[in-house]
Design a binder for this molecule. Structure first.
Ligand code: SAM
Length: 215
C-alpha cells in the first residue's frame, strides 16, 4: 500500500462508515509514528513492530475501537497502552480530551514527541494503565489497547455510568486469542457486548500478566 488515501479506502472497504473517523485516518499520518525500519509499511493495514516487543496496532482495529467507543468532540477519554501514540493522535484529532497511559517509559517519551502538536488535548502518563487515572475520571470512553484476563476493576469504576463505553479485548481462556467487548455500566453492574475476535499484545502489570519481561 502506498499512501494514506489507500489506507482510508481499505478502512471504508472493511465497514468503517463514520466520515469523521475516516477523515481522521486520512489526516493523521501513520508514517510519523513508526520507526524507520518499518516506515515503508506505514500505510499497510497491519500491526508493525515499534520496539520493546510492542506493536503499533492494525489501523482497522483502531478504527473499529474508535467507532465502537463513539468518540466525538469534547469527550473525556482514557486510553490504556499509548504505544506509538498513533491511536492517541486519532482520538485527539477527533476532538477528545485524552488521558493516555503507557507502561514503557521509552515508548511514552517517543510518543510524547510525536504528539506535541496536540498540546493540551493529550495528557500522557507513564505507569500501570490497569489502575486507570482517577484524577481525570469519570471517562466518557475508555479504550484498552492490550488484552486483559478480565476487566481491571479500577477501569470499570472510572467509567461514566450509563452512557460511558469501555472498549476492551479480553483473553479467551488459554487460546492465545481475545474477544473485543464494549462494556457499559449501571452502578456496579456491567453489561458486556461481544464484538468478535481480535488479537493484541497482553496487558502487563497488576491486572494483566504479572511477570514483567525484561525489554
Ligand atoms: N494503540 C497503540 C498504537 O497505536 O501504537 C498500540 C498499543 S500496543 C498494541 C499495546 C501497548 O500497551 C504497548 O505499548 C504496551 O507497552 C502497553 N501496555 C501493556 N501493559 C500496559 C499497562 N499495564 N499499562 C500501560 N500500558 C501497557
Amino acid at each position: 500500500m502506498s499512501n494514506l488515501h489507500d489506507l482510508v479506502g481499505v478502512l471504508r472497504h472493511n465497514g468503517i462508515t463514520d466520515p469523521l473517523v475516516l477523515s481522521a485516518f486520512g489526516t493523521v499520518d501513520r508514517k510519523r509514528f513508526v520507526p524507520g525500519d518499518v516506515r515503508e509499511y506505514a500505510y499497510d493495514n497491519s500491526p508493525l513492530a515499534i520496539g520493546f516487543q510492542q506493536t503499533i496496532s492494525q489501523p482497522l482495529m483502531i478504527a473499529i475501537m474508535v467507532e465502537l467507543a463513539g468518540i466525538s468532540r469534547g469527550m473525556n477519554v482514557l486510553e490504556i497502552g499509548t504505544g506509538s501514540g498513533y491511536q492517541t493522535a486519532i482520538l485527539a484529532h477527533l476532538g477528545a480530551k485524552v488521558t493516555s497511559i503507557e507502561r514503557i517509559p521509552e515508548l511514552a517519551l517517543r510518543a510524547r514527541t510525536c504528539l506535541e502538536e496536540y498540546g493540551k488535548r493529550v495528557e500522557l502518563l507513564v505507569g500501570d494503565g490497569g489502575e486507570g487515572y482517577p484524577p481525570n475520571a469519570p471517562y466518557d470512553a475508555i479504550i484498552v489497547s492490550a488484552s486483559c484476563p478480565e476487566l481491571p476493576p479500577p477501569l470499570g469504576e472510572q467509567l461514566k455510568e450509563k452512557k460511558g463505553k469501555l472498549v476492551i479485548p479480553i483473553e479467551d481462556a488459554g487460546a492465545g486469542e481475545a474477544t473485543l467487548f464494549v462494556i457499559s455500566r449501571e452502578g456496579s453492574t456491567y453489561h458486556y457486548a461481544n464484538h468478535g475476535p481480535c488479537r493484541f499484545v497482553p496487558l502487563q502489570g497488576e491486572y494483566g500478566k504479572h511477570e514483567v519481561q525484561d525489554e
